[in-house]
Write a new protein. Structure first.
Length: 165
């Protein structure tokens, strides 16, 4: 069973000034794709809280998804924190999300979300808007099971893998 934890990075949602819509939307989409949601969290746009939330989630899930903090405003630091905690970055996944997003809005070019790994866990940054978060997730959703399998040591390239290429 594939597991996921969703972390919303938002000052206003953390303060209770705004309802978190992106985290639940991402969790619902992952659930529909067969992921078991292990938990969720809302943290402010603060380096220490983002880092602690990601590091707390990593040993408990195959996939840690953040939503928010990927833009260019001064407090948007989720990619910087993600870069700190990841052992490997997977640039093609980020490129795929932005490329698909550009089909919907030119503002997708401003998203700086990353994808990387820490241990056996995949970490994926999504935009903070519910629509942008779900669209970005859907752009790479079919890749997630294979990436998780690879991180779990399932590296065989049998007939099934070859047929997908």
């Amino acid at each position: 069973m594939r597991t996921a934890i969703v972390i919303t990075v938002s000052d206003s949602a953390f303060a209770g000034d705004r309802e978190d819509l992106s985290g639940p939307a991402v969790a619902d989409r992952l659930d529909a794709a067969g992921f078991h949601i292990q938990g969720s969290a809302i943290v402010p746009d603060e380096r220490a809280q983002i880092k602690d939330a990601i590091l707390d989630a990593v040993p408990r899930a195959n996939l840690v998804v953040t939503s928010g903090g990927t833009g260019i405003a001064h407090r948007d630091i989720t990619p910087e924190v993600t870069r700190e905690v990841c052992e490997k970055l997977i640039e093609g996944v980020s490129e795929q999300m932005r490329a698909q997003g550009l089909k919907h809005t030119p503002l997708a070019a401003l998203s700086r979300g990353l994808c990387g790994t820490r241990g056996n866990t995949l970490i994926l940054n999504l935009p903070g808007s519910p629509k942008g978060a779900v669209e970005s997730l859907e752009a790479v959703l079919d890749l997630l099971p294979h990436m998780i399998d690879l991180l779990q040591g399932k590296t065989g390239h049998g007939e099934a893998s070859a047929a997908k290429r």
